[in-house]
Write a protein that binds this ligand. Structure first.
Ligand code: GTB
Length: 216
């Protein structure tokens, strides 16, 4: 059964792979699972048909037979559990890789997203500059800790896992916001992720949505 995911019909990132369908596409490409994509406008995301799949009216979602999932982390975990290649066989290593998935989404992503949202959408506020400085420091502190842990390793815990996949997509957003400057270890780590053939296929697929829209 070919799973169907949802993605932006018109992504505000203009094909830079920053929206959260990218991590799902990448996971599917890593495990060699073909997939279909249903593109949605912002309006369609808030309609009952999509709200039945996603209570918060967002992308991505994942449908496979009678299974419907939302939350990119849950979707990537599902893909990783159903296919080989994204989680180690050894039980302890597998638990640690899942721990890194949570670290990417619960510890590293929130300060980055908060920084980006404030930078983009709160520039009219009198406290903007001061607040941005606080959020910049907070995000960089977490990135520094991550960099320290990674050290000279290629991946977070041995071989590439779903933990690295999610962490790299989080770092993509940090890089786009200028937050990776001064973190050569993390920049090199992200570049290793981006060099993976599965990443390149996923990136090309989401970029194609943007270029097709430009030429229509
Ligand atoms: N926790 C959820 C998950 O991980 O799946 C969050 C899902 C989410 O934030 N979805 C966003 C969405 O549907 C798209 S990815 N937004 C529409 C809405 O809420 O109405 C977030 C995103 C959007 C745009 C950029 N960008 O332009 O750079 C980057 C990331």
């Amino acid at each position: 059964m070919i799973p169907i995911i949802t993605a932006f019909e018109s992504s505000p990132d203009r094909g830079r792979g920053l929206a959260r369908d990218m991590r799902v596409r990448w996971a599917l490409e890593e495990v060699g699972q073909p997939y279909d994509v249903r593109l949605l406008s912002f309006a369609a995301m808030k309609e009952p048909a999509h709200l039945a799949l996603h209570p918060f009216g967002q992308i991505p979602t994942y449908e496979e037979g009678d299974l419907a999932l939302f939350e990119s982390g849950a979707i990537v975990l599902h893909i990783a559990e159903r296919h080989g290649g994204l989680l180690p066989d050894d039980a302890n290593a597998r638990a640690r890789a899942i721990g890194w998935m949570f670290a990417a989404l619960n510890t590293v992503e929130p300060p980055i997203v908060e920084y980006v949202m404030t930078k983009l959408f709160e520039c009219d506020k009198p406290w903007h500059a001061e607040r941005l400085l606080v959020l910049d420091e907070r995000a960089r502190k977490t990135l520094g800790q991550l960099s320290h842990r990674l050290g000279d390793a290629d991946w977070l815990d041995g071989t590439f896992s779903a933990g690295d996949l999610l962490m790299a997509t989080v770092l993509l957003r940090a890089k786009a916001a200028g937050l990776l400057e001064g973190f050569p270890i993390l920049s090199a780590y992200l570049a290793r992720g981006e060099a993976r053939p599965a990443y390149k296929r996923a990136f090309a697929a989401q970029l194609e949505v943007f270029t097709a829209q430009l030429s229509s």
